[in-house]
Design a protein around this ligand. Structure first.
Ligand SMILES: [Zn+2]
Length: 343
């Protein structure tokens, strides 16, 4: 069995429609009520949207029900599915902790509650029966004020046993007016020794070369090979990796066809820029990681060797994978030690 590393998955978008539907039926029937039956809900939840903003609105539906009390319920089901159906050995989960705190509290009280959320997520995701190495990426958000985003960076630095990095989310078309602020926050994060990624160059409205020097990985970044291939040698030199999430671009209307990704992969391989293939929102899309891989192969976007290179890149760029080797070779050493003697 091959074992995979997933570097880009949102906690909000990780709930598969069936699990969310059951949760609504059992606990919040008012949210299930507008739909006649499960299929109608699944269709609403997974259908493509016209824009990234419209797509991101769906996250608010899940954020509202993911509280410190309910998170263990969702995370248990997430880990179980990731282990049984996706062969994950490594998973970085990302979310904005502030958005899981009760919204009737003051900003200061909500900031204070964020550490509890990180702890709940951390404890719930470390399950002995599903041996997946997990860590969290805390997302700053373009809708949140500077003070909250700064507190998110500081929390990430204080909770390193649970947190491996920071990110910026909320739609990459919305950073321009406060770009200096984000540059400052990323530079602050680096000074605290934090790993960094950021949702950038996902859409044509989200191209900010000013932020690139602060990022170790780039969330999506597909517009770099598509529109700004002149930046690729610089990315290769700095060892920056793109987190490419194929299904997302079709669900958000960013790309019209998966074929457009061929240029993305070809140009990156040519320039020596690593790509980790990720799901982004496996639940919302109803597409798990092995199917993202298979889709790319069946559409001739990449070949098998390139797929394996991307799978290896995912482990190499994982912020919290502590081993030199991929899990398969570790298993081989244990299960078939005689192979080590050969040669
Ligand atoms: Zn994302």
């Amino acid at each position: 069995m091959a074992l995979y590393a997933e570097l880009h998955r949102h906690l909000g978008g990780s709930v598969v429609p069936r699990v969310l539907w059951r949760y609504f039926q059992r606990n919040q029937p008012d949210l299930a009520q507008p739909f006649d039956h499960y299929e109608a809900f699944e269709d609403f939840y997974t259908r493509p949207r016209n824009t990234l903003d419209e797509y991101l609105e769906l996250h608010t539906l899940v954020e509202k029900v993911q509280t410190d009390e309910t998170l263990p319920y969702f995370i248990y089901r997430l880990m179980r599915g990731a282990y049984v159906f996706e062969n994950l050995a490594y998973l970085e989960l990302r979310y904005t902790p502030y958005l899981r705190t009760p919204d009737h509290l003051s900003q200061l009280e909500r900031i204070d509650r964020m550490a509890d959320i990180v702890e709940v997520v951390g404890k719930a995701s470390q399950m002995i029966e599903y041996p997946i190495v997990t860590s969290q990426i805390l997302c700053m958000h373009s809708r949140l004020p500077y003070e909250v985003n700064k507190a998110i960076v500081e929390l990430a630095a204080q909770m390193k046993p649970y947190v491996c990095g920071i990110d910026i989310a909320g739609g990459d078309g919305h950073y321009r007016e406060r770009l200096d602020e984000y540059i400052h926050l990323y530079s602050y994060a680096r000074s605290l020794g934090l790993n960094t990624t950021g949702h950038l160059y996902e859409t044509t409205a989200g191209c900010y070369p000013e932020l690139l020097p602060y990022l170790m990985r780039i969330g999506h970044g597909i517009q770099i090979p598509l529109l700004h291939p002149e930046l690729l040698p610089q990315l290769a030199r700095q060892g920056q990796c793109l987190e490419v999430c194929p299904t997302t671009y079709l669900k958000t209307g960013t790309l019209e066809s998966i074929q457009q990704l061929k240029v993305v992969f070809d140009r990156c391989f040519e320039a020596g820029v690593d790509i980790a293939i990720c799901t982004d929102n496996a639940g919302l899309h109803n597409v798990r990681l092995p199917f993202e891989y298979e889709n790319l192969l069946t559409h001739d976007i990449i070949g098998f060797e390139q797929l394996q290179a991307c799978q290896e890149a995912a482990f190499r760029h994982a912020f919290a994978w502590k081993h030199e080797q991929r899990p398969e070779s570790i298993l081989n050493d244990i299960l078939r030690p005689e192979l080590n003697l050969v040669g």
